[in-house]
Design a protein. Structure first.
Length: 455
């Protein structure tokens, strides 16, 4: 169930069932998945979509199960969500459906939509919808509530042209967001057992919880769990201190809610565990250089939280190829066969994008949602707290950030962007890597090793 739930992201249940029919015959334990050949497993998962990311997640999860839990799936929310790659929704599916443990309420796109239409929640963030439902639904009904509402949303309360005239909730449903239409699709009759299951939901909604306007009458706790715990995503104590006030601001809570909602309906890069990789690898008290990008790569498997960087095995994007070309011409460093710039980050190069997430195949899709304000705060914190940093501003967009930097104590290097559209108009020949090391030497700081390890 754990593996199947991971594969179900942005994929139909039917397709997952087709893939797992043979997959689970071949891989029967977490050990089998953990030691599987990555390329072979990726080919087997390809029909589910976003297969490279899913392959990485499945192997990472199973490796953790082997190393920390003796190859067994743990039975608590705390333990499950401590595993990289497992979020609360996935944990709820496993705990509810496999162990019959009422850990919470499963909230997928169907449950979110039905809850909003019924007026049971005004929230859009899945975590807040779950909290609202947990306040309304008796805990002994949590384990069936999610699956039952999924079925209700699939067969009756559909996203487009819902079958309101045959809905068991018609008498008191406010039909939030439902548009009337003269075109009626053919009714899809659910199996008898599902119809019975969804009908039992009616008895679990407290009659006092829905008013004429479809609003929840009692005050739901103002849960902002995703934002209040966001600071824990930073493992560096220096960033926790530097950004503590910024993270508590309302815009940052709204930003996290937006990203969480996007992940429920869209493929978003990088994955949640890698949104803040740049901060994790380069604590503020170790920042020597800042290389600023615009937003993450938007194709599958590329973005992993470092500007301009891609993971090993991923084809080099054009901008990164041009960076390697300049590096080779400038310092005679043979380009690496991979594009993972983690080695630079660990030496003190903060590889920061101005926007930290993006929809798949839609560049700049998360622009102006709040990330720029957050990353501006990061730049200002570095400028204020560090004695000397080299800021590398490639292209007009990055150069607009110069106003955030104290140029009396820091070095600012500007040139054209390494994109193929501009690299020949000022990036090639700009010698940024030599200039960075010269500036570090003048400030009596250790220069950087720009070569990348082969392994």
């Amino acid at each position: 169930m754990l593996v199947a739930t991971i594969l179900a992201a942005q994929c139909t249940d039917e397709r997952v069932n087709e893939v797992t029919a043979t997959l689970f015959q071949k891989y029967q334990t977490p050990q089998d998945f953990a030691k599987a050949d990555t390329a072979t497993l990726a080919a087997e998962l390809k029909p589910t979509g976003f297969y490279q990311q899913k392959t990485q997640t499945v192997q990472m999860v199973c490796q953790t199960l082997v190393e920390r839990f003796g190859g067994k799936v743990p039975h608590t929310m705390e333990e499950l969500t401590s595993i990289p790659g497992i979020a609360r929704k996935t944990a709820n599916v496993v705990l509810n459906c496999c162990f019959n443990i009422p850990s919470g309420i499963i909230v997928d796109t169907h449950v979110a939509r039905v809850s909003q239409r019924l007026g049971l929640s005004e929230a859009r963030n899945p975590d807040r919808i779950e909290r609202d439902l947990m306040d309304l639904v008796p805990s002994d009904a949590w384990t069936f509530w999610g699956p039952a509402v999924v079925m209700h949303g699939r067969y009756t309360c559909k996203a487009k042209l819902p079958e309101c005239d045959r809905c068991i909730f018609l008498d008191f449903c406010p039909q939030n967001g439902v548009e009337t239409s003269s075109t009626k699709p053919k009714a899809m009759t659910p199996p008898e057992e599902i119809s019975s299951l969804t009908r039992s939901i009616e008895n679990q909604i407290p009659s006092t919880s829905i008013s004429q306007g479809g609003k929840i009458q009692h005050k739901v706790a103002d849960s902002v769990s995703s934002s209040s715990s966001a600071i824990d995503l930073f493992h560096s104590q220096s960033w926790k201190t530097a950004l503590k006030d910024e993270i508590q601001k309302p815009y940052f809570r709204e930003l996290l809610e937006f990203v969480n909602l996007e992940r429920q309906t869209q493929a978003v890069f990088p994955p949640p565990a890698e949104m803040f990789t740049a901060l994790e690898l380069t604590p503020i008290d170790r920042v020597k250089v800042v290389i600023l990008g615009q937003d993450p790569y938007h194709d599958e498997g590329q973005a992993h939280g470092l500007s301009f960087s891609v993971k090993r095995g991923v084809k080099l994007p054009p901008s990164l190829r041009n960076i390697f070309t300049e590096l080779a011409q400038e310092l005679n460093i043979v380009p690496a066969k991979h594009g993972d710039l983690t080695h630079w980050a660990r030496q003190g190069v903060l590889l920061l994008n101005a926007v930290l997430t993006v929809r798949a195949h839609q560049p700049n899709s998360h622009k102006d949602k709040g990330w720029e304000r957050f990353t501006d705060a990061i730049i200002q914190a570095v400028s204020q707290q560090q004695p000397h940093v080299v800021f590398v501003l490639w292209g007009r967009y990055a150069q607009q950030k110069a106003k955030l930097i104290d140029d009396q104590k820091h070095t600012i290097i500007k040139s054209a962007h390494p994109s193929p559209l501009s690299a020949s108009n000022g990036f090639f020949g700009s010698r940024p890597f030599s200039k960075i090391n010269d500036a570090l030497n003048q400030a009596q700081q250790t220069e950087l090793d720009w070569s990348l390890p082969a392994s």
